[in-house]
Design a protein around this ligand. Sequence first.
Ligand SMILES: Cc1cc2nc3c(=O)[nH]c(=O)nc-3n(C[C@H](O)[C@H](O)[C@H](O)COP(=O)(O)OP(=O)(O)OC[C@H]3O[C@@H](n4cnc5c(N)ncnc54)[C@H](O)[C@@H]3O)c2cc1C
Length: 428
Amino acid sequence: MADLESQADVIVVGAGPAGSTAAAYLARGGLDVLLLEKATFPRPKVCGDGFTPRGMKQIIDLGVDCSQAGGWLHNRGLRVLGGGVSLELDWPELGSFPDFGAVRRRRDFDELLVRHAQKSGARLREDTTVTAATLDERTGRITGVRGHVGRGKDKRPVSFRAPLTFACDGVSARVALSLGMVKRDDRPMGVAVRRYYTSPRTNDDYLESHLELWDRSDPDNPKLLPGYGWIFGMGDGTSNVGLGILSTSRAFGSTDYRALLSSWLNSTPGEWGYREENAVGPIGGAALPMGFNRTPHYRPGLLLVGDSAGTVNPFNGEGIAYAMESSSIAAGCAIQALARSGPAAEHALRNYPLAMRSALGGYYRLGNLFSRAIGNPTVMRLATRHGLPRKTLMAFLLKVLANLYDPRGGDATDRVIHAMTRLTPSLK
Ligand SMILES: Cc1cc2nc3c(=O)[nH]c(=O)nc-3n(C[C@H](O)[C@H](O)[C@H](O)COP(=O)(O)OP(=O)(O)OC[C@H]3O[C@@H](n4cnc5c(N)ncnc54)[C@H](O)[C@@H]3O)c2cc1C
């Protein structure tokens, strides 16, 4: 007899923002969803904990409470520092996005989302590590996944079957790798590290970003790095402080990011508190897979979603909004497909990469070019020195870098950005 426990309409691997969002939409669409997660909740996740209005829109769309009373700390914009200038830029007023961003610890946020997915009807299996996709040898179609439950001597093998599998397992991309789907070297990658500090700057109406990151490990030859540092007040007595660097610089492979974080923070004012004695927990870091750096996003039976599909924005390193957005697009295609049969079902699934390209492909191609340009230290130096003192230019750049513009209606700057993303050929 078939083991119903290990069968579903859709298997979702990984319960981060991508997996939990997908599971909620799929379950609401009437599908039986198995959500497999190697950790148990609540669990920590290394992150900046920052949300732009693009991320908040996704949370609102999903129907999750994002009010201050519900534990969110809202902010009104971005403070940018560099070239001796500090500029406060409010989030733009748009029809398509809310006018606030927020911070929330990932430990909380990811649990909030996974409980939402369960309430929507998804079946969560924690402590379940997927090691590989399984496939029908004859057709090459993905038929599910295998892995193990538990750890150590309690570990036992398991396998799960479904007509569709969503790989939402983050940057480690275990499912995709088991099929030989490696990351693309022609797309940018980032590395980011962060740490919490108790700080008097814990309450801040703005997300703060520092555009000048100097590597002073060789005092005779300081290098301006392509990336930025952030200081996000968490409102709970701490700040989340970190930095992200792009792979397009020569310094990428050879930089000690943890040492760079400490040396940058030691150069900030002592009264901010970002010193060893105020640190809460260790420095954590991970890679940022950007600009669609793993493709194809669909192969028969399998959809790559979120970080496993390389959906981090190459302009600013934001990943949560795009993990959720790709989930919502993928879930829509899966719901359509499973209501059909034969070639018509496959047609709906092949729509997923096309819809991703149409939503983000032009913008991400621009982002990939941008990341290559700022990999050149001269471009970076000129940009911080001459761009920052010009507030109108920076307000325009904020819209570009955070992907916050109205594709329809909107003002002249929105129309320019929309035209730029449409005229740029989409990534494949
Ligand atoms: C230092 C740092 C700071 C960042 N700051 C920000 C920020 O401020 N704002 C922002 O928007 N983005 C930020 N990002 C990016 C953001 O964290 C990611 O883009 C986002 O978490 C992607 O979501 P996801 O669901 O695709 O993957 P993940 O959040 O990584 O979730 C993957 C899930 O899958 C599970 N999993 C993994 N492998 C397996 C397996 N084999 N079997 C079962 N389960 C598995 C994991 O336990 C996890 O729960 C930051 C990233 C880093 C590294």
